[in-house]
Structure formats: C-alpha cells, structure tokens
Design a protein around this ligand. Structure first.
Ligand code: NDP
Length: 326
C-alpha cells in the first residue's frame, strides 16, 4: 500500500472521506516514551494515512510528533493524514467539550483533527487528573450528562474549524436515534466506532447505521489478541479460529488479513493496532484478494455476540450502551 487510493476511502455524510483502513494507536502495554512515535512514523512510511487515537490513550503527544516529523521530511502533507481523536468521559459536560478538544490539539501540536468522536455515551465527573475519578471506596463518580447537549457543543467545535468531522463511539441504536432526533440538529454523526469482528459482527447495528448514512468503524477488529497484562486469558482467541485459518490457507493470507478483508468488503472501516513493522505491513495487504459470498457467509456464521470490551465496571451507569441488543 503506497498510498490510500480513492477506492480505499468511504464517503462521510458531511462530504469528507475516511480511509477504510487505519492504524490503531492504543498501546497501554507499551508505556515507554518514544515507542508510539517510532511506530506511527513506521506506519506512515508503510502507507497508513488514517490514524486512530484518543486523549484516553495518553500518547497523543507522540502521535502528533510522528505526524509532524513525517510532514517535515516531506513524506506526507497534513491533508494526506486522517487523524481521529476522542472526547473522554470526564469532558462530556457541554462547557468542557471545547477544552477537551483543545487539550488534544495542544498535545498533538496540530491545528485541527479530522474526526472527533464522543468516546463513550457515559459521563464521569469532571477531572483534570484522573481518567476514572472514583470516591474513597473506589466507586466511579458517574455524571449523567445529556449527550444531546454534548453533541451540540461538538457541533460548535466543527463550526470553529477545530475538527473536520464529528461522530460517536460505543453508541447503541437508541442513543444514535436520540442524536438524530435532536430538534436543532446541525450535523449528523458521520460514524459510530464500535467493537466489531467476526465474533461480534454487529450485523443489526451495521444495517441500521447504513440506513442512516452513518459509517461503522470497527475497533478491536483482530479480537484484541491476548495480552496477558490486559486480557482475560479465558476469552476466545479469534485469530486461532479454524474456519478463519482454513479460508486464509485458500487465499495464502493470515487469519488477521481474512478478518480485516471481511470488514472492508462489508463496508466497515477497520483500525487494527500494531506497533510491529511486519504485522503493520501485513495488515495493509488486504486489497489484493476477494472473499467469496460463501466465505463471507461462513465468517458471518462465527458470530457469537462476544465482547472483548464489555466495560462491566459501568453496567449500572444510566447511559451504559450494552444492555440493549444493539
Ligand atoms: P486489535 O484487534 O487491533 O488487536 C491489537 C493486537 O493485535 C495487538 O496486541 C497487536 O500486537 C496484535 N496484532 C496486530 N496485527 C496482528 C497480526 N497481523 N497478527 C497477529 N496479531 C496482530 O485491538 P485494539 O483493541 O487495539 O483495537 C484497535 C484500535 O481500536 C485501538 O488501538 C484503538 O485505536 C481503537 N479502539 C477504540 C475503542 C473505543 O472505545 N472507541 C476501544 C478499543 C480500541 P502488535 O502491536 O505486537 O502487532
């Protein structure tokens, strides 16, 4: 992949375009400074033009440093890069939205982000220091913010030119509908970024989003391969699935390439994270083959509505999105 071609982008409802393959940058297992800078620079050299980040990942300064370095050395121009950031839960109150975005821009040392998402519909009490503010007993300090008011504040950030497109993440259908039915809605969410892979194929949410011209961006598309520090080791391992291995053998592709191809073929944007140059490259090599209808059907059949990120610590939050079927 030398560059993102037109065919490898999807149109957004506001007239902008999103590259269908992006590089995830959440790397809680790699806290050492410099690791993200190196990985993102390598990613851009390999050909990634879409980078998925967030205030919450704690490394936007490094992502920004890498982007600026690759602009400075002439590899890319700012307009070639599509950078997504996300408004964290402690910034959902409307008065804090712009400050949340400005914190991100200051870390990145960039003038605008291409896409800004409400990271979760669930609010937490404002905090500058903590991502998960809690009381003395460890109970999370929830904040039941009106997500429509948060959305209106995000619309103002677009009008101010600080962000090109706005969207949401981890919203269920009724939460999307709340935004779409806002009496003074100015901009529709261009996308909903949710967990999506063959074990959680999100068929119903995808169909709904397509009907509203909302792009579905799939996170953890590889099923978050087990990292003993981060995952429950009893979770099913997506990339070990025999059906995926079998289909991969037919195409001379790895299970990772099969699950990524499956998504782009059904119009889902994918943002696999890898900081390993070989795997980063491997994950881009998904545009030179096609899955047959039977193979897509077989992969659809693997669905088991399995969430690797159920956010169980939030089940009693009034805006918890996963009580509904979709
Ligand atoms: P992924 O499904 O992308 O899996 C990432 C893991 O897979 C890493 O450990 C990586 O290791 C490994 N990996 C990458 N490529 C391959 C390959 N070809 N074969 C085998 N293993 C591979 O999970 P993430 O949870 O990281 O999701 C991707 C991105 O989505 C995040 O980085 C983030 O940007 C976004 N996200 C958004 C969320 C939200 O709430 N909106 C929630 C979670 C994620 P290595 O680096 O060593 O290659």
């Amino acid at each position: 992949m030398s560059e993102v071609t037109e065919q490898q982008c999807l149109p957004l409802s506001d007239g902008n375009r999103i590259p269908i393959l992006g590089l995830g940058t959440s790397a809680p297992d790699q806290p050492d400074k410099g690791v993200t800078v190196k990985a993102v620079k390598t990613g851009i050299e390999i050909g990634y033009r879409h980078l998925d980040g967030a205030f919450m990942y704690g490394n936007e300064d490094e992502v920004g440093e890498a982007i600026r370095a690759k602009i400075a050395d002439g590899t890319v121009k700012r307009e070639d890069i599509f950078y997504t950031s996300k408004l964290w839960m402690t910034y959902l109150s409307p008065a804090r939205v712009r400050a949340g975005l400005e914190t991100t821009l200051k870390s990145l040392k960039l003038d605008y982000v291409d896409l800004y998402l409400m990271h979760w519909p669930m609010g937490l009490k404002p905090s500058e220091k903590e991502l998960f503010p809690a009381d003395a007993s460890g109970k999370l300090l929830q904040d039941n913010v009106d997500i429509c008011a948060t959305w209106a504040a995000m619309e103002s950030c677009k009008d101010a030119g600080l962000v090109r497109s706005i969207g949401v993440s981890n919203f269920n259908r009724s939460q999307l509908e709340m935004i779409l039915k806002m009496p003074k809605l100015k901009y529709k969410p261009v996308c909903n970024q949710v967990e999506c892979h063959p074990y959680l194929n999100q068929n119903k949410l995808l169909k709904y989003c397509k009907s509203k011209n909302i792009v579905l961006v799939g996170y953890s598309p590889l099923g978050k391969p087990q990292n003993p520090n981060l995952c429950d080791l009893s979770d099913p391992i997506l990339l070990n699935d025999l059906e995926l291995k079998k289909i991969g053998e037919k195409h001379h592709k790895t299970p990772a390439q099969i699950v990524l191809r499956y998504q782009v073929q059904r119009g889902v944007v994918v943002i696999p994270k890898s900081f390993n140059p070989e795997r980063m490259k491997q994950n881009t090599e998904i545009f030179d083959f096609q899955l047959t209808d039977e193979e897509v059907k077989a992969i659809d059949g693997l669905n088991r509505n399995w969430r690797y990120i159920p956010m169980k610590q939030f089940v009693d939050h009034p805006k918890y999105p996963f009580h509904d079927e979709y």
